[in-house]
Design a protein around this ligand. Sequence first.
Ligand code: IPD
Length: 291
Amino acid sequence: PEEDRAALERLAVAMALEAGRLIGAGRPARIDVHRTKSTDLDVVTVMDERAEALLRERIAAERPDDAVLGEEGAGVSPGTTGLTWVLDPIDGTVNYLYGLPAYAVSVAVVVGDPSRAGAWAPVAGAVVNPSTGELFHARAGGGAYLRRVAHDGTLEHRPPERLEVTDVDDLGQVLLATGFSYDRGRREGQAAVTVDLLPRVRDLRRMGAAALDLCHVAAGRVDAYFEWGTHPWDFAAGVLVVTEAGGVVSGLAEGSAPSRAMVVAAGASAHALVRAELARLEAGDPALTAA
Ligand code: IPD
């Protein structure tokens, strides 16, 4: 029901704001790599772990029967409600490490379990960029909004801005965002796709935080975004923000769900153009987009 979705959205927003205060105001002046994960480039700071612990504590207190899937946790903590909280305590960890102001907390609650095969669907989501004081949030059927966060980490009393994707039907005019893998081998395919697309679009952006890339599509700050190799915690909240802003999000095949294999997000016309280009490249050389 709508009331439940609205309550879940409020909780996602409150949790993202709280974790945003922790990583933003609490960012140590000197911050080091605490450990690495899939490759030497896939880094974790102590703040990733602290922020995820905070988010998990809140869920345990408020929604103890829901499942939790977090970037820094091992696997899913099971639940009984059919809902899973999907958490990225710091999306854009490399930006965070360097102090580049493009990192975010991403909190989504979905029906289903994204760590298993099978369909799942976001119900509500919130993405906070503590450096810019921006909060993007949405719930299924409720629209996508941008709100401003004050210096003390609370919401400003300005009315929320409703988000809307752009509508561009000429590939040559598409401002296209993407991201690259932590796996250096996979980057060879990503480089080849970049070489193919760069001369034919308006320009490319690689900002370093998938959740924010999706919110930027929703806000019309870029026309489209694609990336392969991202995880549900990177994109679960952002996908909902884009669709609620009138956009289309899919995998590589037309009408498929976004997944680790591919996320393509844009207004309908640009989505069709970009997805078709990626499918053409994949047909020519499947290694280019292999996950
Ligand atoms: C990463 C960022 C980056 C994207 C990578 C993600 P993390 O997330 O979203 O932009 O290119 O694919 O893994 O590791 O900083 O949470």
